[in-house]
Design a protein around this ligand. Structure first.
Ligand code: PLP
Length: 400
C-alpha cells in the first residue's frame, strides 16, 4: 500500500500567547517605532537586545530588519567596501552572497565537504595565495557546524576576520561554545522559517564596542544610540558618529514583542526540533544508496530541517526521487538542480559573482536533498516521512 503524508512543510507553530498579548498591547498604544517611547517606558526592541545578548553571552546585541540586513551591516562594520573580495560558502542560500554584493563587494566561494560544512583545506589553499580576502562570511548552512577550533586557528593565523551567519544555528554549540561566539560578529535571522519567528527580522551580536557602535549607527539609530540597553558605552559612538552613514534597517517594537517570549523558550523548542531530526535520521540510516550526515561529537545542533546525500546518483534518478516523494506528500528540495527553484539555488546561478570550478563541491551539491521539519509535525509524522523517503529511494536505487 502506498504511504502518503498530508502535513504541510511550511506551517510553523502559532506565536505564543504571551507574544500575541504583547503585540496587541503595542498595537493598542501605537508606539511601534523603537525610539518612540512614553515617559519611563523601555522599548521592546531594546529589551529584546538585552535579553538576546544575555542568552548568547555577548557584550552587545542589535535587532534589525532581516538576517540579510544583519549580515550586510556586520560586513560594513568590519570595513568591507566596494571592490573588496569576501570569502563565503559555496553551499548556502542566496541572501549570503547577496549581502556581500549589496556592498559592491564580490563573493569568493569556498567549497563544501560531505559533512555539508565549509572545506577547510580549500580555505587554506585560497588563503595561501597572495592578496587573499581578509574577511570570511561563514554560513553555518542548514545548521551544520564545521570544526570551529580549526577554522578560527586558520583565520586568526591568516589575519582573516570571521563573521558568522547563524541563520540556522541559533542556540547551537561547538565544543560547548555557542554558535556565533567565535567570530568578530554573528548574524541571526528571525524570519518565519527560522528558530524564532517574527515574519522578518534579524539580530547581530559582538563583543567589540567599535564594531557594535558602527553597526548601531548604520542600522539607523540617529543620535538616539544611548537608548540601546545592549550597546557599547558612549565613547565608542563618539569615535564613529560623524563618519558612519545611516542605512536604515531597524527592528520595530511589534516584532520585538513577538520575539521575546519565543527566545525565552528557545531551549525547549530546540529539544523538540532535535527529537524530530533524530527520528528522521534513525528512519533513514542504512538505506542503500543514501548517505546520512554523521554529526561530530563536538557539535550540539539545533536542526529545523534535515539533509541527506544521494552521492553520485544521476540527475534523472534524483529527479525521480524528488518527484515520487512529492507524489507521496513529502517535499524535498534539491540543491543540485541546474536551475534555481523556490528558495534553493546553486553558487553557479549567482552570476553577478565569479563562479570558480569546484568539482568536489559540485559532486556534493548534486547529491544534497533537504526537507523542513516544522514543529507542527509530530514524531509519528517524522517516522512516516522517513519511511516514505526510504521506500522511494530504495525503489529508484534498485531500478537504477
Ligand atoms: C543561511 C541563511 N543566511 C541568511 C539568511 C537571511 O535571512 P533573512 O531571510 O532574514 O534575510 C537566510 C534566510 O533564509 C539563510 O537561510
Amino acid at each position: 500500500m502506498t504511504q502518503r503524508f498530508t502535513g504541510n512543510f511550511t506551517q510553523q507553530e502559532p506565536i505564543p500567547d504571551e507574544g500575541i498579548d504583547a503585540a496587541l498591547d503595542v498595537l493598542r498604544h501605537g508606539r511601534l517605532h523603537r525610539y518612540n517611547v512614553a515617559e519611563g517606558e523601555t522599548a521592546h526592541a531594546a529589551l529584546l537586545e538585552q535579553e538576546f545578548a544575555a542568552q548568547m553571552g555577548s557584550k552587545y546585541a542589535l535587532a534589525v530588519s532581516s538576517g540579510g540586513y544583519a549580515i550586510a551591516t556586520a560586513l560594513r562594520a568590519v570595513g568591507v567596501a566596494a571592490g573588496d573580495r569576501v570569502l563565503t560558502n559555496a553551499f548556502t542560500l542566496a541572501p549570503v552572497p547577496g549581502a556581500i554584493a549589496s556592498l559592491g563587494a564580490t563573493p569568493v566561494f569556498v567549497g563544501v565537504t560531505e559533512a555539508l560544512t565549509i572545506d577547510l583545506d580549500h580555505l587554506v589553499g585560497i588563503l595561501a595565495v597572495k592578496d587573499a580576502p581578509r574577511v570570511l562570511l561563514l554560513s553555518h548552512m542548514r545548521g551544520h557546524i564545521c570544526d570551529m577550533d580549526r577554522l578560527m586557528q586558520i583565520c586568526d593565523g591568516a589575519g582573516v576576520k570571521v563573521i558568522e551567519d547563524c541563520a540556522h544555528t541559533m542556540g547551537a554549540r561547538w565544543n560547548g561554545t555557542l554558535s556565533g561566539r567565535h567570530g568578530a560578529m554573528a548574524a541571526y535571522s528571525t524570519q518565519t522559517y527560522k528558530h524564532v519567528n517574527s515574519g522578518e527580522g534579524g539580530l547581530l551580536i559582538s563583543d567589540d564596542p567599535d564594531l557594535m557602535a558602527r553597526a548601531i549607527i548604520l542600522s539607523g539609530s540617529y543620535m538616539l544610540y544611548e537608548r540601546h540597553l545592549a550597546g557599547p558605552p558612549p565613547e565608542a559612538f563618539e569615535k564613529v558618529k560623524y563618519i558612519t552613514p545611516n542605512i536604515s534597517g531597524r527592528m520595530d517594537n511589534l516584532r520585538a514583542a513577538i520575539l521575546r517570549p519565543q527566545l525565552a523558550k528557545l531551549d525547549v523548542q530546540s529539544a523538540a526540533w532535535n527529537a524530530r531530526y533524530r527520528v528522521v535520521e534513525e528512519g533513514l540510516r542504512n538505506t542503500p544508496g543514501l548517505t546520512v550526515i554523521e554529526r561530530p561529537e563536538a557539535e550540539d545542533y539545533v536542526m529545523s530541517s534535515f539533509q541527506f546525500l544521494l552521492l553520485d546518483w544521476s540527475e534523472e534518478a534524483v529527479t525521480e526521487v524528488v518527484s515520487q516523494c512529492a507524489e507521496c506528500g513529502v517535499e524535498l528540495k534539491w540543491f543540485g538542480g541546474a536551475e534555481p527553484a523556490g528558495f534553493t539555488s546553486r553558487y553557479d546561478s549567482w552570476r553577478y559573482a565569479d563562479t570558480p570550478e569546484l568539482p568536489k563541491t559540485d559532486r556534493i551539491l548534486k547529491g544534497i536533498l533537504d526537507l523542513r521539519l516544522p514543529l507542527t509535525f509530530s514524531l509519528d509524522d517524522c517516522a512516516l516521512i522517513a519511511r516514505i523517503i526510504r521506500d522511494v529511494v530504495g525503489r529508484v536505487h534498485q531500478a537504477g
